[in-house]
Write a protein of this length. Structure first.
Length: 326
């Protein structure tokens, strides 16, 4: 029987904690209906007997205290909210415990913003990790030695798992159920809980937010210039001249400050503007393309799909409220 320890971080988001518990315990119920022995022992593991979560709205009762768990097979780190530095400080006692059990053979999974707690263990160094796209800039700044993959819903590397933003944690739990209980049980769980299975990307949901929480003032001004003039053709040499920087120096500092090259940043700003037009206007795709400064249809469609995971038409069909419903 697999022993699953669902941690109760101080300040956890109740949904990811309770949703995880429900899914794993329901697998046992499905098995019971087939006269099969339960597969999981699921415990809520806390630093205290009672933990306040979701901004003080709820209190969660621990099945067992952290210090009393001597062996486990899978550790789940639910999402936390509020100030990340404060959440990490409040939950620092989980860090050595997670590390100890991982080294003893346990697997570890973080859900959404729980990735910050997982990364604090050092176990993610040099590995891929997903988290909520809105926290990408803060995560990269705090953990530069972790390969953040903002577009991914699930990562799986050497017994360490992570999920993307918000309710995408459900896809990771289904993934783990399939791994431990088989494909049939994962499909049954997805149907009973009405979870769309096998979503692999959160790219369509990402809203580009240029990283401006840095101290490089000329680079911040270059970002602001790009965002105000994205319809025009902007070159690296033009920006370098404007801010009295050498081309290589500008490119190096821009990448360091924003985690994007200049060309990538310009593309992301253009595509974000295109997304907003597709969501809110009746302009056709070519009109949107010209409006954001593209003249090559193939280049626009290729870049749009690479960034969002959808073609411009697919994106409009998915997100425009202006489409008539027959």
């Amino acid at each position: 029987m697999k022993h699953i320890s669902i941690l109760i971080p101080r300040g956890a988001i109740l949904g990811s904690l309770e949703g995880t518990r429900q899914l794993f315990t329901q697998v046992n119920q499905f098995l019971k209906m087939k006269d099969v022995a339960p597969l999981f022992t699921v415990q809520l593991v806390g630093l205290d007997e009672e933990t306040v979560v979701s901004g003080g709205s709820y209190t969660v009762h621990a099945d067992v205290l952290l210090k009393d768990v001597t062996k486990t097979d899978l550790i789940i780190i639910p999402a936390v909210d509020g100030s990340i530095p404060e959440a990490l400080e409040a939950n620092k006692d989980f860090i050595p415990w997670i590390t100890k059990h991982y080294k003893a053979g346990a697997e570890v999974a973080s859900l959404c913003m729980g990735a910050f707690i997982l990364a604090s263990t050092g176990l993610l160094k040099g590995k891929k990790c997903a988290t909520h796209w809105m926290a990408a800039n803060e995560f990269r700044k705090m953990f530069p030695d972790v390969e953040l993959v903002t577009e991914r819903i699930i990562t799986d590397e050497r017994g360490i798992y992570s999920s993307g933003g918000a309710f995408s944690y459900l896809n990771l739990i289904l993934y783990l159920i399939e791994k431990y209980a088989g494909r049939d049980m994962s499909l049954l769980s997805s149907k009973v809980f009405a979870i769309e299975i096998e979503r692999s990307s959160q790219s369509p949901f990402i809203m580009f937010q240029g990283q401006k929480e840095h101290e490089d003032e000329p680079i911040r001004k270059a970002q602001e210039f790009i965002e105000s003039n994205f319809q025009d053709k902007i070159t690296v040499d033009q920006l370098a001249s404007m801010f009295a920087l050498g081309r290589r120096n500008l490119e190096r500092r821009f990448k360091k400050a924003t985690s994007n090259t200049v060309a990538e940043y310009i593309q992301r700003v253009k595509i974000e503007a295109a997304k907003k037009s597709l969501e809110s206007s009746r302009e056709n795709v070519n009109e949107v393309m010209y409006k954001v400064g593209y003249t090559d249809t193939k280049a626009f469609r290729t870049t749009f799909k690479r960034i969002t995971g959808l073609s411009p038409v697919q994106y409009r069909n998915k997100y425009s409220p202006m489409l008539e419903v027959n």
